[in-house]
Design a protein around this ligand. Structure first.
Ligand code: CA
Length: 454
């Protein structure tokens, strides 16, 4: 019987003509789906009308057919699929030795947020990208994640991707971006954040700007004119909330205002640039927003910091982010309360994640008016740019299970910008270990999946 079913499945799968296989009975369909489960124990998705296996899209299972396992469950799954989307998925769970089957909905690949929202409603842990072969976690049980992004926007383009991802995470209701701090001086850099906040549909996020930070920082890719791009008709290309003549709040003051309004130990900071503004926050005194000093305010409100930076292990070259503004960095390391956890993302974690400029442009081919595409079209981004900053952001939102982290310890910064790690079970610091090639491939696909959504 089993052999017959497998043969039937093979027969039906081979000569896909695109014509609906109307003649197949429910009984035959049960045999085909049962056989599919055994042929593809890692998982399959099939259309019950055409018996095709879709090759693109984001597959999510319905709650109604959850916990349907083994052959006896298939008729009910078929009934549900016939009344809904006409797709059935299945997989083998080696832990309990059972074959599971689900009625499935397939979303277009560029609709990640809608697929995630459906997954959450249906209590599904994952969305499966059929083309890329990756699972995206829905984390529907996840607690409230409140994030402040601290970025040196206007130099490397990975900051653009990191902010894009936070907007996507907000669309997925996986975090709340309560503010963005631009730690690199220059209003144009904050204007870029304003453009992205508008472009990605969250125009009201407060943006602060550092005005007393590091002078003359190195710029790798000069995309500071992004906010002022115009079409060939002379019309501003990108919508803004804060116009050319608008002003941004002083960075550390915005930190104080935002932190004072949050519950205790609730805020996660993703630091993907210089720590100029964080140092000034820690040095600040009581003001109209809080009677606490900067150190006390951070101790009270900040839960953890995910910081792109640091060099650990065998590498000796100091990291850019801490070295560029070393006096601020030394102050930050000196004053940061030990109650605040820090997870460092060293450059070597993002190094293998090479989102090639030509791939970026190809992935954004549906529009001519896109801030990241503009940057890649008009500037040379082939500068060794890698997806470093997203590692701090992903870790901040997805949680620590997504990465392999070092044991706990303490980190001391030297005046040369070296980060010296001393193991200590009670220490507040950990750092990410580089992922293996499969992990890197998955994360790059994940970033691309968010980038193409529209
Ligand atoms: Ca950065």
């Amino acid at each position: 019987m089993k052999k017959t079913a497998i043969l039937l499945a093979l027969l039906l799968m081979l000569p896909f003509t695109g014509q609906a296989q109307q003649h197949i009975s429910d009984k035959e369909l049960v045999s085909v789906i049962w056989a599919m489960g055994q042929m593809f124990p890692d998982g399959f998705t099939i259309s019950i009308d055409s018996l095709r296996q879709p090759t693109r899209g984001l597959a999510v299972s319905y709650l109604a057919t959850q916990n349907s396992f083994d052959k006896k469950s298939i008729p009910a799954v078929i009934r549900h699929a016939r009344e809904h989307d006409g797709f059935i998925g299945g997989w083998y769970n080696p832990e309990d030795g059972k074959y599971y089957f689900d009625s499935t909905r397939i979303f277009p690949e560029d609709s990640l947020s809608a697929a995630l929202a459906f997954a959450r409603e249906n209590h599904q842990h994952t969305v499966f990208d059929l083309a890329k072969g990756i699972n995206v976690k829905s984390n529907y049980e996840q607690k409230d994640v409140r994030i402040i992004l601290d970025t040196d926007m206007g130099s490397s383009t990975d900051d653009l991707f990191a902010l894009m991802m936070l907007h996507r995470y907000m669309d997925m209701q996986r975090c709340k971006l309560i503010g963005v701090i631009v730690d690199r001086m220059g209003k144009a850099n904050a204007d870029i954040v304003d453009v992205l906040d508008n472009y990605y549909g969250h125009p009201d996020i407060p943006v602060g700007l550092e005005t007393q930070g590091q002078e003359s920082t190195h710029v790798w890719i000069p995309y500071h004119n992004l906010a002022y791009a115009r079409t060939t008709d002379g019309v501003p290309m990108f919508k803004r909330s804060i116009g050319d003549n608008g002003t941004f709040m002083e960075g550390y003051k915005l930190y104080r205002k935002l932190l004072a309004a949050q519950p205790d130990r609730s805020v996660t900071i993703a630091s993907i640039g210089l720590v100029t503004t964080l140092a000034r926050l820690l040095e600040s005194g009581p003001d109209e927003y809080s009677p606490l000093s900067g150190v006390e305010l951070v101790r009270a409100k900040v839960k953890d910091i995910y910081a792109m930076g640091g060099v650990f292990g065998d590498a000796v070259e100091p990291d850019y982010n801490f070295k560029q503004a070393i006096d601020f960095s030394l102050k930050f390391f000196e004053l940061l309360p030990r109650e605040v956890d820090v997870v460092f993302s060293p450059g070597e974690v993002g190094d293998p994640l090479d989102y090639r400029p030509e791939q970026v442009i190809a992935d954004l081919d549906w529009t001519d008016f896109h801030p990241i595409k503009w940057t890649y079209q008009f500037l040379n981004c082939n500068t060794g740019q890698k997806m470093w900053d997203p590692q701090a952001v992903i870790n901040a939102v997805e949680g620590d299970d997504f990465y392999k982290l070092s044991p706990r310890g303490t980190v001391k910064l030297t005046p040369n910008g070296e980060t010296l790690f001393t193991p200590d079970p009670n220490g507040n610091c950990r750092y990410q270990y580089p992922g293996d090639p499969v992990w890197c491939d998955t994360v790059l696909k994940y970033i691309r999946l968010m980038a193409i959504q529209h």
